[in-house]
Ligand binder design. Sequence first.
Ligand code: PBG
Length: 327
Amino acid sequence: MIVHPYSRPRRLRKSAAIRSLVQENHFHATDFIVPLFFMEGEGSKEEIASMPGYFRFTLDLLLQEVKECYDLGLRSVLLFAKVPDELKDNTGTEALNPDGLMQRAIRAIKKFHPEMYVMTDVALDPYSSNGHDGIVEDGEIVNDPSVELLGEMALTHAQAGADMVAPSDMMDGRIGFIREILEENEFPNVGIMAYSVKYASCFYGPFRDALDSAPGFGDKKTYQMNPANAEEGLRECALDIQEGADIVMVKPGMPYLDMVRLVKDKFDVPVAAYQVSGEFSMMHAAAEKGWLNLEEAMFESIIGFKRAGADLIASYFAKDIAKLLKG
Ligand code: PBG
């Protein structure tokens, strides 16, 4: 039988050599952002129950972790503080403490590992007695007072030495407000990675265990996006870029790869994707049951982000992958 036209796509899959020659997408350790959790105390780390092999560190051990990441070729970290319960209140007072856990962590990392690019989470939930990303008044998450607080919070991160702040709160207008505060206080070079397309997702469950930050009432649907919407995400990106975002992010990752592609095609700023805690945990759970090969699942999921158009990828697999890449 003769195949017409003489096109046989399998020719380009015949051997490892030709497959690698025609491979369209690649990733490197430098594409990753490593999310790091930390807590008060000394000399200890706690495994997060729903995130096998992932830890919360005290600051001394956090510094070791940062060094290990750097030595593996990773170049950026995203910081999340676990705030003691007694310091939480509705207006996130502790978030502005220049000597708070987050601010101390930023200073320590920049002092001991100045080459590591430090990004910080800006949102109220780890500091809020209500577990919400903004201030609560009469059961409502109020936008403008929250934005003012988030601006002040971002400023304390910049003052502590953060390279980039990453507002994950989804309040309206916060990017412009933060940009203005940073400019006014002479931090023109502190960047903003906006969580622009952030959905109200069940995949954040394990992260909320890690920081003990689950909402105390209700859900986050009045500020995070409806998973059914795509165009709305493009409007969010347009606003954030106009307000001064340097990088826009899509989150979660795997269920929203269409959004990564749409954003990449429409805008000309770098696009980050966040492979969130639930994505990490579900792959681990399947692997523990013997249903998936974890290493292969990890690589396949990451190349999927690249294929979709992600420039940067925040992932709890970053360190594992960097190790494997190093061989
Ligand atoms: C907080 C924040 C969340 C995540 C990052 N920043 C949780 C949330 O919005 O409830 C989720 C990250 C993950 O699940 O890995 N604003």
